[in-house]
Design a protein. Structure first.
Length: 672
């Protein structure tokens, strides 16, 4: 042992002996109490409090070190009674640690300390009450300015985030044990994989129950799976655009520079039409939304539905951990809004709509309905994916008949939408499920009078014979009516295929005295947006329905990653690859001709003089460009265009570069 360690041990021994001498009287007194044959019961805290209140001028002792760690010397208060002395000794014995009596200054009594704390507490309480009353006043004032119609809308659009996770519905359907067993199996599998290989990331290997992993589980959309890569969102975030006077808050997703760079690589991969490059991009950027959605579609085309669903869930998880801190609260109040014109926001619509189809295939209809309500709450006025054409069937299958009735009877939506055929007919079925036969008959009668061709097609699909005379032979007048008729009847006929529902349909349809006339298109069909319905139909992936769409609309469908974007789209930043959509389909001759044009452009500028002189500054470049009749923006665009075309040429086996004279050389399959 070293001399330094010996000196430290000797010093500790001397301190221990000195401490034992100081505490020896207390230990003797405690040993005498232990030797007594009769042990007194421990006094109740309430009894001690009563004795203190009834005592004549006696001060109540406070053990100030009761909440300390026990490493500080204890201040001793002179005992005023034998009871307090014994209780003090018992406290020391209970601690099991010997403490030295260190003389200190007199300690203030409990009443003195309490009076000082009361002043501070009263001040803090006053501040808290004033701020609370002010916030309540502001909330009441804002609520009073919002009309009852909007308050009714917000109540209907409120999203319960606990129903966004299918595991909660599975637990109700199959029991807690089944879901927990599945989760434990996944967790065990993740831990087994973690032993064999190290997975890097900000939260370590799978199976670690640390704060970071707990934060990943608290996701308003979907929890993280153990087998998913441990990586960041890559630069995806959310910010508040504005807080509106009607109480709603508009948000938007934002991409930082790193995310924009990956987005540019994604556009290049889309242009190359090579699935392997897309998968490779996803390997290095496992939470890039556009790549996840595209790879999910590739897996779906290859009939790998498990991988397609996993990609969708990973995208929604990435969205969930990027949302603003106030987004969940606004969502639960029905006041969160997103602008569909922004490309970053449109990815959420696309991911959620595809996820609703996945939830339908898994028969988790309650969860699908909540996600549909989320899409509707993002933009109830625009409804860019026409979720109103589907939400009624999700509500009925998810046993949310009352929610469907509340949605249809919302004054704001009735005035805005002029309830479409599917909602008008399904609300009658919802009333029937709620045991309101009179309301069911009244609602169904109004729906059949306005849309007799839907009721006639429904009777035909249900094989009702004979079909009631007032609606017999009624057919849609045009493609719009035919599209809406097929879209509803094909998906909802099984909801009506029960004895109770079928008898209700026949009874109401037969109650009309005269034959119904379909006449002109109803008011709702005149206001229908073909592009929104086309998005809904295209994403539904029904070839029969797609043929009913307007060819001029379907001709604009060019990308599965952003189907039919709005013409007034708001671009937050410009992608290099997206500027060259016009040259993506060029053949080799067209690429060569475009490169010759760019060669002439750069030769006209004559940048060789500045480069041979040892470099060229930005001011000199501006001067040369002005002398050549161009500008810096055009120069940059053509430089990007050249780089893009050279990449396309290399993909086709052509290596392209400029020689010193500025001439272009191309050779198939060889470098120049």
């Amino acid at each position: 042992m070293s001399s330094r360690a010996l000196r430290r041990a000797q010093k500790e021994l001397e301190e221990r002996q000195q401490l034992e001498k100081l505490t020896q009287p207390d230990e003797e007194e405690e040993s005498e109490e232990e030797a007594s044959p009769v042990s007194k019961p421990k006094a109740s805290l309430f009894a001690m409090l009563g004795e203190a209140e009834q005592g004549d001028g006696e001060d109540f002792e406070v053990d100030e070190n009761a909440s300390d760690e026990g490493d500080k010397p204890e201040a001793v208060v002179p005992p005023t009674s034998s009871a307090s002395k014994k209780s003090k000794k018992k406290k020391k014995k209970g601690k099991g640690k010997a403490k030295a009596k260190v003389p200190e200054k007199p300690v203030a009594s409990f009443s003195d300390i309490g009076s000082g704390l009361d002043e501070i507490d009263q001040a803090l309480l006053a501040l808290n009450l004033s701020s609370q009353s002010k916030s309540e006043h502001d909330h009441d004032q804002l609520t009073s300015t919002i009309s009852e119609e909007l308050q009714q809308l917000y109540s209907v659009l409120a999203v319960d985030t606990q129903y966004l996770q299918a595991s909660n519905e599975m637990r109700k359907l199959f029991g807690r044990a089944a879901v927990q067993g599945n989760n434990e199996g996944e967790a065990a599998g993740g831990r087994r994989r973690g032993r064999g290989q190290h997975q890097g990331g900000i939260v370590g290997v799978p199976g670690n129950r640390n704060l970071a992993s707990l934060g990943l589980r608290r996701n308003i959309f979907l929890p993280r799976k153990e087998e998913w890569p441990r990586a960041t969102s890559g630069g995806l975030g959310m910010e508040i655009v504005e807080t509106r006077s009607d109480g709603t808050i508009e948000y938007r997703f934002v991409h930082n520079t790193t995310y924009q760079s990956v987005q540019n690589q994604f556009e290049i991969c889309v242009a190359s039409m090579d699935p392997e490059r897309m998968v490779q991009l996803l390997h290095f950027n496992p939470y890039h939304i556009s790549t996840l959605l595209q790879v999910s579609e590739i897996a779906k085309q290859q009939r790998d539905n498990a991988a397609a669903g996993d990609m969708l869930e990973r995208a929604l998880f990435s969205f969930g951990r990027a949302v603003h801190s106030t987004f969940a609260n606004s969502l639960s109040q029905g006041k969160a809004r997103l602008n569909f014109r922004r490309p970053e926001n449109r990815e959420l619509w696309l991911a959620v709509f595809r996820y609703i189809s996945l939830l339908g295939a898994r028969a988790t209809w309650r969860t699908a309905f909540e996600w549909a309500k989320l899409l509707l709450s993002m933009d109830p006025e625009g409804d860019p994916y026409c979720i109103r054409l589907l939400i009624d069937q999700l509500a009925l299958r998810g046993r949310q008949a009352q929610s469907l009735v509340d949605l249809v009877e919302t004054d704001y939506l009735q005035r805005l939408w002029k309830i479409p055929p599917n909602l008008a007919i399904s609300v009658a079925l919802a009333h029937d499920h709620l045991k309101n036969p009179e309301k069911a008959r009244s609602a169904l009668r109004l729906a059949i009078r306005e849309y007799p061709w839907v009721a006639a097609r429904l009777c035909k699909e249900l094989e009702i014979s004979p079909i009631p005379h007032p609606i017999w032979g009624k057919e849609p007048n045009d493609h719009s009516q035919e599209l809406l008729c097929q879209l509803y009847v094909k998906n909802a006929k099984d909801l009506w295929n029960t004895p109770e529902s079928t008898s209700l349909l026949v009874e109401v349809a037969s109650s009309f005295e005269d034959v119904l006339d379909a006449g002109e298109n109803p008011y709702w069909l005149e206001r229908i947006d073909e592009v929104k319905v086309a998005r809904h139909v295209i994403l539904s992936d029904d070839r029969t329905l797609i043929t009913l769409l307007n060819p001029s609309v379907t001709a604009k469908y060019a990308s599965a990653s952003d189907p039919l974007p709005p013409e007034d789209s708001i671009a937050s930043y410009t992608l290099t690859a997206s500027r060259h959509q016009d040259v993506q389909g060029f053949n080799e001759d067209q690429i060569y001709a475009e490169l010759q044009r760019l060669q002439a452009y750069f030769r006209n500028i004559d940048l060789g003089r500045g480069i041979e002189a040892g470099g060229i500054t930005q001011e000199e470049l501006r001067r040369l460009l002005e002398e050549s009749g161009t500008n810096l923006d055009e120069f940059r665009r053509d430089m990007e265009r050249f780089q893009f075309l050279r990449l396309r040429a290399q993909e086709r086996g052509l290596q392209v570069e400029f020689d010193r004279e500025g001439e272009e050389n191309t050779d198939s399959g060889s470098d120049v």
